[in-house]
Design a protein around this ligand. Structure first.
Ligand code: ADP
Ligand code: F6P
Length: 476
């Protein structure tokens, strides 16, 4: 493994998590979430280095962890102690920033000791990037856990080109300014040459903050700071659509999709939800709307079956524990009332699944229900569309997911509006097949042209264009 790299990804998580098996031996499991899904194909193409946390605790006082190769990727693990996991990751990242950036769906909490660890861990990531990046390298920093890294890295390595991409929403000034350390965060991000967001609205929120908080003079897609131009733009992230097409055509996956429908009792319609078990995803109201349609006698559980996959996530954070209890109570209540032996109305799976099984579910489902209260993009919506090769199937999609700006032919819905959700379910359940195909084909055409490689290329091209204007070399 070469010690320097000209393409470095810096993200909170590595693409794999270390897990200790029952016999005490260690193994690797794919990390959860959309960031890994999007960035991994790019890493394979660019043969870069990936700096991130391996998902477990390192004892206090242990030295840095050695780099390693996994499945052809060069990985540089960052050690986090129990205390850093509690304060940097579960605390500031996931109890302060995560809820605030998602419309404060649950109240954000701020604690000074969490912030101190956030700063310290960001510095560790920046130090590692400074160490690994070759002269003039392209360092791509990702997501809300590492917003201070661009500035820290620029101070250490002014020669490298720094891109930053936020995978989640970016809130308006009115919410963002709650953060006691708001200035430091905006200044941290402005250390990058290019700051990318999922939507134009998020980019505009950030530019407005540079004016409101730092009294800078932002232009439409950039802002001047300390004699540098920082570009600020939307780059809607996507998926490796071709990889999904390959899986959809696999005979094993096709057979598994048929088996799933058979096991569900061959219902007329199968509805599907796949999400991390997160309070932003709207799983509660999605299930309640389904339950009310059963209560009202508008659907029957023989006719319409729901499958909900809820991937375990951030399980030590209180709000996530409460959500799990709430969702499992709702599933239990619906099944107690409407299920029969061997045929639950809601089939609930709370674990990580292999990619092949997810694709078989996408293939089997007639209706995909994606109803977040707020979501940066939502890749599940795009994965479903990528898997519907024959043009069948319907996507019910929240207006508040970034994906709704692109997948315009989906059945768009306000996820807070239970009556609206119910009406949308009924509309889709009774929709005309030709209309469904027209919508799905339009979304598929869009996705073919806007896959994850397109996303990465537009980001890199934007960095190059800026570099050429400044008379420096290219990012390739
Ligand atoms: P988020 O980043 O908030 O988790 P996204 O919808 O953007 O949401 O991305 C989720 C990613 O995680 C998708 O690529 C999806 O296929 C994957 N995923 C979701 N649930 C599971 C699961 N149970 N097992 C494996 N992968 C999952
Ligand atoms: O895409 C949003 C995101 O928070 C990623 O940053 C993260 O890797 C993923 O969801 C899963 O969350 P976590 O890393 O906290 O398990």
């Amino acid at each position: 493994m070469s010690s320097k790299s000209d393409f470095v990804v810096v993200a909170n998580r590595l693409p794999v998590d270390r897990v200790v098996d029952a016999d005490g031996s260690g193994s690797w499991r794919r990390s959860p979430g959309g960031l890994v899904t999007a960035v991994e194909p790019l890493m394979r193409k660019r043969d870069g280095a990936w700096i991130g946390w391996a998902g477990d605790a390192t004892p206090e006082g242990d030295g840095p962890l050695p780099p390693f190769e996994n499945d052809g990727l060069s990985l540089y693990p960052i050690a986090l102690t129990e205390n850093e996991i509690a304060w940097y990751y579960e605390g500031f990242s996931n109890t302060s920033l995560w809820p605030l950036y998602h419309d404060a769906i649950v109240p954000a909490e701020y604690h000074r000791e969490w912030w101190t660890k956030y700063v310290a861990v960001n510095q560790r990531f920046a130090d590692a990037a400074a160490e690994i990046a070759d002269t003039d390298a392209f360092v791509w920093v990702h997501d809300y856990q590492l917003q201070l890294v661009p500035k820290m890295l620029r101070e250490l390595r002014p020669d490298v080109r720094i891109g930053y991409f936020l995978h989640i929403p970016f809130p308006p000034t009115e919410l963002f300014t709650q953060i006691p350390w708001r200035r430091q965060i905006v200044e941290g991000l402005l250390g990058a040459d290019l700051v990318g967001f999922q939507t134009p609205g998020a980019a505009a929120n950030f530019l407005r903050l540079t004016r409101d908080l730092l009294q800078l003079k932002p232009a439409r897609q950039s802002v001047e700071v300390d004699g540098r131009t920082v570009r600020v733009r939307a780059f809607p992230i996507s998926i490796d659509a071709e990889a999904f097409t390959d899986l959809v055509n696999s005979p094993d996956v096709i057979a598994r999709a048929e088996q799933i429908r058979h096991d569900l009792g061959n219902p007329r319609r199968m509805m599907l939800g796949i999400d991390r078990l997160d309070y932003t995803k709207g799983i509660d109201k999605r299930l309640e709307a389904f339950e009310e349609l059963l209560d009202d006698g508008k659907i029957s559980s023989e006719d319409v079956v729901m499958v909900q996959v809820a991937t375990p996530s951030r399980e030590r954070v209180e709000q996530y524990r409460m959500l799990r209890e709430q969702i499992e109570r709702t599933v239990g209540r619906i099944n107690g009332t409407y299920g029969s032996v061997g045929n639950p109305a809601v089939n609930y799976i709370h674990r990580s699944l292999p990619r092949e099984e997810l694709v078989a579910l996408y293939l089997a489902a007639d209706i995909m229900v994606v109803t977040p209260y707020r979501d940066g993009m939502n890749l599940v919506a795009k994965e479903y569309v990528a898997c519907r090769q024959d043009g069948t199937g319907a996507l019910v999609l929240s207006e508040f997911a970034g994906a709704s700006l692109e997948l315009k032919q989906a059945f768009l819905v306000n996820p807070y509006d239970i009556e609206g959700l119910k009406a949308k379910y009924l509309e889709v359940l009774n929709a005309d097949e030709a209309d469904l195909k027209k919508r799905m084909r339009a979304m598929r055409r869009y996705l073919q042209r806007h896959d994850v490689m397109h996303w990465a290329q537009t980001f890199v091209d934007d960095m190059d264009a800026a570099r050429e204007r400044d008379g420096r070399g290219s990012a390739r």
